[in-house]
Ligand binder design. Structure first.
Ligand SMILES: NC(=O)c1ccc[n+]([C@@H]2O[C@H](COP(=O)([O-])OP(=O)(O)OC[C@H]3O[C@@H](n4cnc5c(N)ncnc54)[C@H](O)[C@@H]3O)[C@@H](O)[C@H]2O)c1
Length: 247
């Protein structure tokens, strides 16, 4: 990935952090962004200390204006964008549908769905303007494939991310831009802190054949593959990374 420019949202922690580190190791110049500046800057420094090239940008993906002005800066500063990982997301609160608060629903849609849409739109505009063949990976979830009791806003947003991914794949294939999604199962990151331990234990003991959590690096490896030439005939795909749960 030498000479390529890659953008990662939510790069301050978990899967986004692992993806940024992996892409930098493969030679890309990585543009990290997060709403949490302390974490984002720390990961950026880690990449630089390990010999990579990285720049940090503050970004709340739910703020459409900020997203578009950031990508204008990226165009001015780097001249192009080759790859993007739309990863930033929240777990949200758990409640049965009849008790979901409107503000919780709205926050979930703003970050986990519109956040992906704003970034995707800005990335495509930039990739098309520069006529650079590109690759985009949207981070969905197993919740983008199955119903999740008490997690309907998260589940609805993640299903929609897969729909966006498939539409984008079909629209931009002729422009040489491949758009895929990854669907991680339970992966060891901060987002799991919001889940009841009993629910996690049940899943690991009875539903995940490998009986363990995924590692952020395992998800990052798949993201890197989807962004690399090794997956050159793959677009519109939703890759399950789940220790066999979907099987
Ligand atoms: N960990 C899992 O089990 C799992 C499973 C399936 C999907 N995912 C998805 O993976 C993605 C990354 O989550 P993670 O597990 O690494 O969790 P995480 O909490 O470690 O990382 C999420 C990152 O997103 C950032 N973020 C949150 N809101 C933001 C906003 N509005 N704008 C910009 N950045 C924002 C956070 O600051 C954090 O750095 C999410 O989209 C999540 O839904 C995670």
């Amino acid at each position: 990935m030498n000479g390529k420019v890659a953008f990662v949202s939510g790069a301050g922690s978990g899967i986004g952090k692992a993806a940024a580190i992996k892409l930098a190791k493969l030679g890309a110049t990585v543009l990290l962004s997060d709403i949490n500046d302390d974490n984002g800057k720390e990961v950026t420094q880690e990449v630089i200390t390990n010999g990579g090239t990285a720049h940090y940008y503050h970004l709340d993906v739910s703020n459409r204006e900020d997203v578009h002005s950031l990508f204008k800066n990226i165009a001015d500063e780097h001249g192009k964008l080759d790859m993007a990982v739309n990863n930033a997301g929240i777990g949200g609160s758990l409640a049965p549908i009849h008790e979901v608060k409107m503000e919780d629903w709205q926050q979930m849609m703003d970050i986990n769905l519109s956040g992906v849409f704003h970034c995707l739109q800005a990335e495509l505009q930039l990739m098309l303007n520069n006529q650079t063949p590109g690759g985009i990976v949207n981070v969905s979830s197993l919740a983008g494939l199955n119903g999740i009791p008490n997690g309907s806003p998260y589940c609805a947003a993640k299903h929609a991310v897969i729909g966006l991914t498939k539409s984008a794949a079909r629209e931009y294939a002729k422009a040489g831009i491949r758009v895929n999604s990854v669907c991680p199962g339970f992966t060891e990151t901060a987002i799991l802190n919001g889940l009841p331990q009993q629910f996690l234990d049940f899943n690991l003991n009875y539903l995940v054949p490998m009986k363990r959590l995924g590692k952020a690096e395992e998800i990052a490896n798949a993201i890197a593959w989807l962004l690399s030439d090794q997956s050159s005939f793959v677009t519109g795909h939703s890759l399950h990374l789940d220790g066999g749960l979907m099987a």
